[in-house]
Design a protein around this ligand. Structure first.
Ligand code: THU
Ligand code: ZN
Length: 149
């Protein structure tokens, strides 16, 4: 995982970060108070966004990354090549996508080489830092469809 900054990112990556930060404001998180935003570019070049949506039945919660991926699938595209995730992370190590989201991402990033940009924000929603990584690094041994069939 390498730390990077906005100025060294390409225009598309910058805009994915901004879109993830923006959609994070739409998160419905009355129970945890923890808002997450995600924005991805699919293989057709289209951008999809998502935010977390909680429910009083907590296991019904949709995670931001999952909502963005579901939007992509609904537009009949089954892979993404870059995704930005915006979430609060003020600890020593960065806040990163959860294990469920890593697994969900792996379904639509079979190579594990898609760019994952993680924007950590402080308590005032200000950008602290950006980390760049991949599923190869975050989920080196995903459960795959070939394990079922
Ligand atoms: N959350 C996400 O949306 N994505 C993640 O990868 C981490 C967790 C949401 C779920 C829940 O609404 C809140 O953050 C706290 O777990
Ligand atoms: Zn998650």
């Amino acid at each position: 995982m390498k730390i990077t900054d906005l100025n060294s990112l390409s225009e598309i990556d910058k805009s994915l970060i901004y879109k993830a930060i923006e959609i994070r404001q739409s998160a419905y998180a009355p129970y945890s108070g923890y808002k997450v935003g995600a924005a991805l570019t699919d293989a057709a070049g289209k951008i999809h966004t998502g935010c977390n949506i909680e429910s009083a039945v907590l296991t019904l919660t949709s995670h931001a990354e999952m909502v963005a991926i579901d939007s992509m699938v609904k537009s009949v595209c089954l892979s993404f090549n870059r995704i930005a995730i915006a979430l609060r992370g003020t600890g020593e190590s960065p806040a990163t996508p959860c294990g469920l989201c890593r697994q969900k991402m792996s379904e639509f990033d079979k190579s594990g080489n898609s760019i994952i940009l993680i924007a950590n924000l402080d308590d005032n929603d200000q950008l602290i830092n950006i980390h760049e990584t991949s599923l190869k690094e975050l989920l080196p041994y995903p459960f795959g469809g070939d394990n079922i069939g």
